[in-house]
Structures are given as structure tokens and as C-alpha cells.
Design a protein around this ligand. Sequence first.
Ligand code: FPP
Length: 245
Amino acid sequence: MSEEIKLPHFDILPEHLGIIMDGNGRWAEKRGLERSAGHKEGARVFKKTADYCQKIGIKYLTVYAFSTENWKRPQKEVHALMELFDEYLDWAISQEKENEEKGVRISFFGDETKLPEELQGLIEYVQNHTKDKNKFFLNIAVNYGGRAEITRAAKILAEKVKNGEIKPEDITEKMISDNLYTADMPDPDLIIRPSGEERLSNFMTWQSAYSEFWFSDVLWPDFTEETLNEALFDFEKRHRRFGGV
Ligand code: FPP
């Protein structure tokens, strides 16, 4: 028997939602487990959350999974995270048919060249096989940093100036936006960070200029659909003025 799940009604939804998935380590430590156990649980919550976002009609979801600074963590922890990304991509490939029907496009934001080769191969495969889908955009930021992303865009434009394709005075904000990983995507309307920290930590530095923020003490592995609903109902009440009145 199929169970009919009633989804809440939202008057306004963020078109693009960003999530900084924080608190995995503390979640594990509180239970006397290794930090990697927290990441494993975090990966499960990520999958569930992405599925839920799609069901309620959020079109773009960008999650922060590994920053350019996270390489400083113990090698064992970095390795465990890379394994989780591998496992997720293997799973996504096994779900290819379902994802195709749902129109899911999976993209990775960040410098892939520093990632293990096998992972790079899986990323390339999944990105290529989903690139024509346009119902739900799932962006996973790995080896990502907002400043590095802007620096990358600056280098692309500098190269164009060097080649005589454009003049420095012709450079516009749109040209910078068009050379970020989010080119052709709207800026995030809402960014959620659980775990009690209230900062961006180099996540979508350029794109977050007018984002709303929502913070919670819940640790990411404890984040549920109800937590997300709470954030979304709060978002509905915000008055976004984008610098106007
Ligand atoms: C920050 O919590 C979390 C990370 C650095 C890793 C986030 C990764 C996942 C949730 C797995 C995602 C998996 C896929 C497949 C995308 P922390 O470890 O800094 O927590 P702490 O602040 O409590 O130490």
C-alpha cells in the first residue's frame, strides 16, 4: 500500500537554497564515535534533504560539503569524506533512471583537479550524464572556496583582456557572475547553517550579497524535514528589499 505523504504548503519558496552542512564532528564526538561517523550520518541527511527539497519544489540546492580549507583536517577524516563522495556518486549512477525521470542535474562546484582521480572520473561521468536535465539542480561544493571562485573568474576575464577580446572598462558584474560555478543560476535566496555557528566560511561569497540567512543550533546529522520547514516558514516572513524600500 502506498502511503500518501502530505507536504506542507509554502506561499513563497526560495528558488535557490544554500546549506552549510555543519556539526557532523560534534554530533559524533557527543556519542563517543569517530568524526567520520558524523560525516556518514551527514551524508544520509544530505540525501534525504535533497530529496525533500525536490519534492516541495525548490529548484536549486547548493550544499557545502568540503571547503578549500578542509584539507587541513587529519588525513583519515579527509579520506573518509572522499569515500563518502565516491559512495554518493556510485549511488547516483545506480539511480540514473530515476534521476533522469526526475530531471536532476548534478554539478560539483570547486577545483576538482586536487581530488582523488577516481572521484574526478565519477564527477565527470555524473556531470556529463545529467547536464541536460533542468528540473532540479543539485550543486555539491567540494574543494570549494568563494574567494577562490572569484579569483578564478578574475583570471578568466584577465585572459580575455590579454587576448584583446574585451577591454578592462567593459568588465561588468554580470561578466563576473557568468564566470562563477553558478553561471545561469539565480543567487541563493536563503542560506541555512546549523550547528550554532553564524558565519559564511567562504561559501558563495559573491552570490550571497542579498541572501537571507537562517541559523539553528541543530547539528547537521540531526537536521530533519521539520527543521527545514521551520527555516522555510521563517523565510516566508522576510521582507526582501534588495537595497530598495
Ligand atoms: C562540517 O562539519 C562538515 C563537513 C566538513 C563535511 C560535510 C560533509 C557531509 C555532510 C557529507 C556530504 C556527503 C555528500 C555525499 C555530499 P564539521 O565536521 O566541521 O563539524 P564540527 O564543527 O562539529 O566539527
